[in-house]
Design a protein around this ligand. Structure first.
Ligand SMILES: [Zn+2]
Length: 172
């Protein structure tokens, strides 16, 4: 409650008063400010799996309210090497089997062993060079950090991280 001057008699009148208590002149009540209109939800990014809007992030049917998200980041998991190491080991075993078979002179079975070992070792090395890491979209909230999306496609994950970042920066 505040006091204003009456336009008629100049004395102090409460802003809550309908009329001046001194002269009885009707007082204009201040118009209350309009209620803030909630911003309309707009799509920032949309594909078959992910939707980023001005109020929420939806990934595969799970909705995360934008106001709960504190930050977003991209993390990655390097490709697994255990399978490749096992395959290399198998290749080496087959190679030494070939060595054993060619003890009394090169035999057809020894050649088969060498060729097989060569294919396995070359294939494994090629596969290791081609192996890609896995990328994740990580959302941080007051409740902790969660991985919401995983993909081998780095550009796709980056695009979603940028969209969520925009949403946080502009609409949170
Ligand atoms: Zn008055």
């Amino acid at each position: 409650m505040a006091l204003i001057q009456c336009k008629e008699c100049g004395q102090s009148v409460s802003t809550e008063a309908v009329a001046c208590p001194h002269c009885g002149a009707p007082q204009q009540r201040p118009v209350p400010p309009p209620l803030p209109v909630p911003p309309q939800e707009q799509k920032i990014y949309l594909d078959k799996v992910v939707a980023v809007t001005t109020t929420r992030v939806v990934v595969g049917g799970t909705t995360y309210a934008l106001r709960n998200i504190t930050s977003v980041s991209m993390t990655y998991t390097p490709p697994g090497v255990l399978g490749a190491i096992l395959l290399l080991f198998v290749g080496i075993v087959i190679f030494f089997t070939g060595e054993f078979l060619s003890y009394g002179g090169i035999s057809p079975s020894a050649i088969i062993a060498y060729v097989t070992a060569g294919i396995i070792v070359c294939g494994t090395i090629f596969g290791m060079c081609k192996a890609k890491p896995t990328y994740h979209v990580c959302l941080s909230s007051t409740a902790g950090e969660i991985q919401v999306l995983t993909s081998k496609n780095k550009a796709y994950v980056e695009k979603i991280v940028v969209s969520i970042n925009d949403a946080i920066a502009l609409y949170k």
